[in-house]
Design a protein around this ligand. Structure first.
Ligand code: ATP
Length: 248
């Protein structure tokens, strides 16, 4: 479904992604794990095409030179040069790191903004689905986004991404800064989204442990390179891997 091959990203002459090849099949949940600065967000920007916007902005501002190489294929079609807005319309939707919701708008307004491209009937159905996965958002729908807790804001960010009708959802560090209880709830919801809507999901995290139980396949990044990959069982069954990367 979504396949990257030989992805390279340089910020000036700093290599942030080094020849990354990865694949997410239909209905799969794929994990991408790595420490701070490993390149997780850069990979998400490359897959969603946002790196092209960042590159353009930097160029216009006379800032650093960003170089992107490699191919991304979506259902077999090359996405080279395809703008992020077009990729989103095709069904590749990024839910970025640090929950960028509209803090001045209500929960319902945030969700409706996310669904602006969908037909009214689809938007209504998806809204119902979002409330079924995150019932607390239904209760808080008139609340201003900025007044929500971190976990509620993360649910809203995922809900808003769902309203954009993704075929593949890119979740960049959704668990960051949340309590273990909230993390567990979000991980269950992530699995429900895949199971109930057949949406493929790529999820990045620093710590694999809370996420590993729901992934079908995972990659470990170190300094922009993929140092390890395998199915959940491959990774879980390897004692060296478990000790070194997953703290179990
Ligand atoms: P984190 O968990 O901290 O979000 P990450 O794994 O998402 O980390 P990236 O944000 O992709 O990592 O960063 C990879 C490397 O690229 C880091 O060394 C970072 O400092 C650098 N980097 C990221 N964005 C830029 C940019 N716009 N300009 C220059 N360097 C950047």
């Amino acid at each position: 479904m979504l396949e990257a091959s030989g992805m390279m990203v340089f910020y000036e002459n700093m290599l942030a992604l080094n020849n990354i090849s990865m694949n997410c099949e239909s209905d799969q949940i794929v994990g991408v794990f790595g420490a701070n600065s490993a390149g997780k967000s850069t990979l998400m920007y490359a897959l969603s095409g946002i790196i092209l916007d960042i590159k353009k902005k930097e160029l216009m501002a006379g800032g650093e030179r960003i170089t992107v190489a490699g191919d991304v294929l979506f259902d077999g079609k090359a996405l080279t040069g395809v703008k992020p807005s077009k990729r989103a319309k095709m069904g590749i939707v990024l839910c970025p790191e640090r929950r960028r919701i509209f803090k001045e708008s209500t929960v319902l307004e945030n969700l409706k903004i996310g669904g602006y491209l969908a037909s009214p009937a689809k938007a209504r159905d998806t809204l119902e689905f979002v409330f079924s996965v995150f019932p607390v958002l239904d209760k808080l729908k008139k609340r201003i986004g900025g007044f929500l807790s971190g976990g509620e804001q993360q649910m809203l960010a995922i809900g808003r991404a769902l309203m954009a009708q993704p075929k593949i959802l890119l979740l960049d560090e959704p668990l960051l800064g949340l309590s273990p209880l909230m993390q567990a709830m979000l991980i269950r919801s992530t699995r429900d989204i895949r199971d109930q809507k057949k949406i493929s999901i790529i999820i990045t995290e620093q710590y694999a442990r809370p996420v590993l139980p729901i992934v079908d396949y995972a990659y470990v990044l170190e300094n922009g390179s993929a140092v390890l990959e395998g199915t959940r069982n491959d990774l879980m069954d390897n004692p060296d891997v478990r000790a070194a990367y997953f703290g179990i």
